[in-house]
Design a protein around this ligand. Structure first.
Ligand code: 6PG
Length: 418
């Protein structure tokens, strides 16, 4: 797999999880820009869920609509209200409900022909950007959304068509499409699309697996020619993910570990929701005699723990076998415990919630009504053997809000090439 640039591939459960992830990224990018933010939308069917999601109260209330401009990466040269029109879809599902009309920048398909439309849109982009040349350190867009077509095209840049080689123009006309719908197109060029702080691909469904395999194999396709000046992120669902994709990049189980009070259940739950995986509380797998012992206030011995850990390991095996993915919250403080959970699998990874004793003690003290026997936290820290490098842990600092911790885990889960 030739991921020879700054790409990151993020594997998520399904198109709903993709839409949530993309919506969070867009909101984050808009929030990070103190001035006006520019978002370049895409057509096709992939972004529909995302547009619908951004229009829901939860997301729309977090977007400063007056300060965001909405562009489109390519357009079918059909009337503005034609069902094939890309911006018409974005308007119907999102923009007409939320954005001021003057912040919506469609490609003008009432132009004489696609070339004329391209020139007009290029002028509009240049006047918005305030310069005729793109400055590599000042991106045109905050986010560029992308889909990939069955022939590896992106926007309306088709393989072996002249438009893909264009280096000067920002927008060009494409007289004939390579795939359906066979209508002339207008497309932003690589120069314009790459001028982005973040490029977000959304790729979902089994029918994308073949083209994604070719893309990740490094074939010379338009999808392999784009590369944002900032991050290029491929959000891929389980059905589209190529079969030969290295298994360790998409673990089948994540065990969220750490001392009592480090937030295992909260993080495991939020992480599972974000990934669209099942969440299990490790404590549920204790045999009855352990439960009885704990209820009687007696500490567990390691002999008590082995069957419990084995039961979790069995559950992980069972899930992985059926293709289900699972997040388990389990303290797993010692390496010997973790060895039972992993038992040689390379698709079980630990998320280590790292925080100091003082931080956790402070949080516990602040939690109203929470009681932890004195000394328990200290003894947890004494027992803790932080995972070693060869265990390939995803170590995250818990000194951050839950959403940021989950972002950090997902970022580490899907590293770009070293
Ligand atoms: C278009 C697009 C195009 C699209 C891909 C993926 O006008 O069709 O902008 O580049 O993003 O073909 O399309 P789907 O999302 O429908 O798979």
């Amino acid at each position: 797999m030739a991921l020879n640039d700054n790409r990151r591939v993020i594997a998520l459960a399904d198109s709903a999880a993709l839409a949530t992830f993309a919506a969070d990224r867009i909101v984050a990018r808009i929030g990070a820009n103190p001035g006006r933010a520019a978002i370049c939308l895409t057509g096709g069917s992939s972004p529909k869920r995302l547009y619908e999601l951004l229009a829901t109260t939860n997301y729309r209330s977090r977007i400063p609509w007056d300060h965001v401009d909405w562009f489109i990466g390519d357009e079918r040269f059909v009337a503005a209200d034609d069902p094939l029109n890309n911006m018409a879809m974005a308007r119907r599902l999102l923009l007409d409900r939320c954005a001021p009309a003057c912040n919506i920048h469609p490609i003008p398909t009432d132009a004489a022909d696609p070339e004329d439309a391209a020139h007009r849109y290029e002028s509009e982009l240049k006047s918005y950007y305030g310069a005729n040349r793109l400055n590599p350190v000042r991106a045109l867009f905050d986010v560029v959304l992308m889909g990939v077509g069955p022939d590896g095209h992106i926007a309306s840049l088709f393989p072996n068509f002249p438009a893909i080689e264009e280096t000067e123009r920002w927008v060009v006309g494409v007289p004939k499409a390579n795939v359906e719908p066979f209508v002339p197109r207008v497309t932003l060029t690589l120069a314009a699309l790459n001028s982005s702080r973040e490029m977000l691909f959304e790729v979902a469904g089994a029918d994308k697996r073949e083209i994604l395999t070719r893309v990740f194999d490094g074939e010379d396709l338009p999808a392999n020619r784009v590369c944002a000046t900032g991050d290029t992120v491929w959000l891929v669902d389980r059905a589209a993910l190529p079969e030969n994709f290295p298994a360790h990049e998409v673990p089948c189980a994540l065990v969220v570990m750490g001392v009592s009070g480090s937030g295992k259940s909260t993080i495991a739950d939020a992480l599972a929701k974000r990934l669209g995986w099942r969440c299990e509380d490790g404590d549920k797998f204790h045999p009855a005699r352990n439960v009885a012992k704990m209820s009687a206030g007696q500490p567990l011995t390691d002999e008590d723990r082995w069957p419990w850990l084995q039961a979790i390991a069995d559950e992980i095996d069972r899930s992985c076998k059926t293709g289900e993915r699972v997040v388990v919250a389990c303290s797993a403080l010692k390496r010997a415990y973790r060895n039972i959970l992993v038992h040689g699998r390379n698709d079980v990874r630990f998320v280590f919630l790292d925080g100091t004793e003082a931080l956790i003690a402070g949080r516990l003290a602040a939690r109203k009504g929470h009681f932890m026997p004195p000394g328990l936290l200290t003894s947890q820290f004494k027992t803790l053997e932080p995972p070693a490098a060869d265990e390939r842990p995803l170590t995250v600092s818990i000194d951050a809000p839950v959403g940021a911790i989950v972002d950090d885990i997902i970022r580490q889960l899907t590293p770009g090439p070293a």
